[in-house]
Design a binder for this molecule. Sequence first.
Ligand code: GAR
Length: 218
Amino acid sequence: MSDRPVIAVLVSGSGSNLQAIIDASERGEIPGRVGLVLSNKADAYGLARAGKHGIPTAVVDHKEFHSREAFDAKLVEVIRASGAVLVCLAGFMRVVTPVFLRAFPHRILNIHPALLPSFPGTHGPAQALRYGVRFSGCTVHFLDEGVDTGPIVVQAVVPVHEDDTEETLAARILKEEHRIYPMAIRLFLEGRLTVQGRKVTTKGAGKIPDFSRRNPDA
Ligand code: GAR
């Protein structure tokens, strides 16, 4: 168990994606274990989830640092001490600087509740509803220096219903997030991802059947 590669997960809130990753790891679906949960908020529920599974936690409060770079340098120090080979942002609501990115090149994943490059930043589901798209979804991508702009690893699509609220759409998307984040982590830890420029290729991936969907179904 303890010789499995270590994943560090960074959270700011509920941590339901963290839970999906822990559960997948405990079921043996990903060849790694969560060895650190780090939050910028002491009251993030994700820390309690980690505690229930005996996973070490740390809090690094961004308000205690004079600059983003100083905050990121502390994050890097704590993550390095955990021995993590992969860093997963899971509802971590801070924009990181090159200090953080350069410490873990092509080793940081993020999940975003929209089909990037549409609707980056905060409130992805609300942005999709306001825009009036018929489909939205979620994206796991490698972090780069932009906001939600890095190379895309996995996406999943969900329909937007005409009576959706931000909450109902976000919940439908979140269910898919819980599926694709562990999947992306598995692919990474199995060494099956290659990044070339913007493009990620996946060794041994099956072909997705062509499909045609429409929404509304009228
Ligand atoms: C998730 O929907 C995640 O995609 C989103 O925050 C939520 C965290 O939920 N992240 C962003 O919007 C990042 N831009 P969780 O704490 O229950 O995993």
